[in-house]
Design a protein around this ligand. Structure first.
Ligand SMILES: Nc1ncnc2c1ncn2[C@@H]1O[C@H](COP(=O)(O)OP(=O)(O)O)[C@@H](O)[C@H]1O
Ligand SMILES: [Mg+2]
Length: 335
């Protein structure tokens, strides 16, 4: 449905996208996850043909967004970050106006309108001025306009931002329902949003794709974590040589050295690691299994970015002060 190849976009000296590539299959619900400033909105504006990239290619449903922009836009429903709604118009008048703007034939308009209104549960609010609706209902109107022309692809930029918890649940449920008939890509800076709504996550940091994984695969991956006491020899090489070890990461911790070892195909490497520790007489302090969650992956990635950007004196991505928000479930740029 979507194929993005080596996309780059700069605003002056700010590089918002740096060589982004990914594919989206028909029927998927994709979460584009990243802190503020990661490049999510830029990505979505390029996808929808509203912004020209400096480099790279984007096709939607086999059509080139740059050359077949109008045809592509017919296939896309777009809920922008700040949907421009007309507060004085009634829901019905607004949707009618959008139907005309999209050049939906007059004969098809009643069916398109009633379907969009039904899908977003706005039937009882058709005559209300948009300005009098709650944020949650306004977001439904935004979604109704996005699906009015029955697009194959729905693109939502931070659809639950600034909604209250009840409205968030409703809008997520609505998006999942809409996804039965179309492919959905939504952006968010909230981890739990991806977990609640999406099949797959693409993590964008500093304009680069840092991870692209199906959520089911992510939670099926188990790592073995071992901690060796202070003064132990470096175990990285031996761990890497272990049969079935796919990846080994080492972190110094206050009370020793921690290693995270990923077994190929989800295999539990703890027995083999225990054996190795015994043979080498390592001062083993801890050996446990750790299921990788989206939060684990994200925290590792942002830590790496923070480490790298600390070298250049920049701080482009990171968690809000951990004392205020230890859960890391809300990501924000540190300025
Ligand atoms: N119109 C613009 N002019 C200049 N810089 C911009 C513009 N839009 C976005 N940027 C910058 O590009 C980067 C990516 O922004 P954006 O795509 O809005 O990220 P996100 O949606 O993930 O918060 C940020 O550093 C942002 O400040
Ligand atoms: Mg944005």
């Amino acid at each position: 449905m979507i194929e993005v190849t080596n996309l780059s976009k700069s605003y002056g000296s700010t590089q918002a996208l740096r060589g982004v590539s990914f594919r989206v299959e028909s029927g998927e619900i994709i979460g584009l996850l990243g802190p503020n400033g990661a490049g999510k909105t830029t990505m979505m504006r390029v996808l929808t043909g509203y912004l020209q990239p400096d480099e790279g290619q984007v096709t939607v449903d086999g059509l080139d967004v740059l050359t077949d922009t109008l045809e592509v836009q017919k296939r896309i429903g777009y809920l922008p970050e700040n949907a421009p709604l007309y507060p004085e118009l009634s829901v019905q008048a607004y949707l009618k106006m959008i139907a005309n703007l999209r050049q939906i034939p007059a004969a098809d308009q009643p069916a398109c309108l009633s379907e969009a209104v039904r899908a977003t549960a706005l039937t009882d609010h058709l005559t209300r001025p948009i300005g009098e609706l709650s944020r949650g209902y306004r977001q439904r109107v935004g979604l109704a306009q996005a699906i009015l022309h029955q697009p194959k692809l729905l693109i939502c930029d931070e659809p639950t931002a600034s909604l209250d918890p009840t409205q968030i649940v409703e809008v997520r449920r609505l998006i999942r329902r809409l996804a039965r008939h179309s492919t959905v890509i939504l952006s968010t800076h909230i981890l739990s949003e991806v977990e609640a709504t999406c099949d797959r996550v693409i993590i964008l940091l500093n304009g680069e794709v840092k991870a692209d994984a199906r959520l089911a695969d992510l939670s099926a991956t188990t790592d073995a974590v071992l901690v060796l006491a202070e003064g132990a020899p470096d175990a990285t090489k031996d761990l890497k040589a272990l049969a079935g070890a796919e990846n080994v990461e080492a972190y110094p911790t206050p009370d020793g050295h921690q290693y995270r070892v990923r077994g190929a195909g989800g295999v539990d490497l703890r027995p083999a690691i225990y054996e190795l520790a015994h043979t080498r007489s390592w001062p083993l302090r801890e050996l446990r299994r750790d299921v990788r969650t989206l939060e684990t992956v994200f925290n590792e990635l942002t830590t790496q970015v923070r480490r790298t950007s600390a070298d250049t004196g920049e701080m482009k991505a990171g968690r809000r002060g951990s004392d205020q928000n230890p859960s890391a479930s809300h990501l924000s740029e540190r300025r």
